[in-house]
Unconditional design. Structure first.
Length: 87
């Protein structure tokens, strides 16, 4: 993460989110990919190599996107609960 906001100068380097965003990302992406894999298997019955090629890419892209938003959301929640900690 960046040390401060380039627009307003808010110091965010000291605010550590820990494993919270990663946990929520794993839960969300894991649930979505599991449901999607089950739906694809039931509707289309593709060969296993299609699953092997498709789902790791979906997991990787979904994790990166979800982690970015989850970290921003966690930072926003922390700021909303106690903005004086950011000064």
């Amino acid at each position: 993460m960046v040390t401060h906001c380039p627009q307003c100068g808010l110091r965010i380097a000291a605010r550590e989110q820990g494993d919270g965003p990663a946990f929520f990302g794993i839960v969300v992406v894991g649930a979505l990919v599991t449901v999607a894999a089950a739906v694809v298997e039931i509707l289309y019955e593709p060969p296993y190599w299609v699953h092997i090629l498709l789902w790791p890419v979906a997991i990787a892209l979904g994790s990166v996107v979800c982690l970015r938003f989850a970290k921003a959301a966690m930072l926003g929640i922390q700021y909303g609960s106690n903005p004086r900690d950011f000064q």
